[in-house]
Design a protein around this ligand. Structure first.
Ligand code: SF4
Ligand code: SF4
Length: 142
């Protein structure tokens, strides 16, 4: 296989994995949202500060594979201000559009809330989250 063909195959593989990743984000999101809705309104140290809403290099690989969001909304404040995507009802971005850390970070109260849900639902969620993480890793390596 010549170099150009191999490079196109890599791009196509990344695109397919990126689509799988969007589906995996959609699968884990309802369970996370159910518990952030319970826990976050009483939080005194909200994690949604602006620096956490910024894409890192690995997020950008995923976004470019989707030929999707690559522009960040302008923000004139500092890193520790409320995230530019936070509005009155929470995060205004779809789950897959957020930096990965926004889906992969669980503070102690949120983790407790997730774990205290129905055991079967929780186990299913963990399996999907592991799947999501593994697809992302494969995409980054493609
Ligand atoms: S995830 Fe945890 S730290 Fe972040 S806003 Fe919710 S309760 Fe607060
Ligand atoms: S979850 Fe949304 S509002 Fe919170 S840091 Fe991430 S992008 Fe910003």
């Amino acid at each position: 296989m010549d170099k150009k063909t191999s490079s196109w195959n890599a791009v196509a593989a990344r695109g397919e994995l990126a689509d799988d990743l969007v589906a995996a984000f959609s699968a884990v999101s309802p369970f996370i949202e159910k518990h952030t809705a319970l826990v976050c309104p009483d939080c005194e140290n909200v994690c949604c500060i602006d620096k956490h809403g910024k894409y890192d290099n690995n997020d950008m690989i995923f976004m470019r594979a989707l030929v999707a969001v690559t522009e960040q909304r302008p923000h004139e404040g500092g890193d520790d201000d409320p995230c530019r995507y936070l509005d009155g009802s929470g995060c205004s971005r779809a789950r897959w559009e957020r930096p990965f850390r926004c889906t992969h970070f669980f503070c102690t109260p949120l983790l407790k809330s997730l774990e205290n849900d129905n055991a079967k639902l929780y186990r299913g969620f963990v399996v999907y989250l592991q799947y999501l993480t593994s697809v992302r890793q494969r995409m980054l390596e493609a």
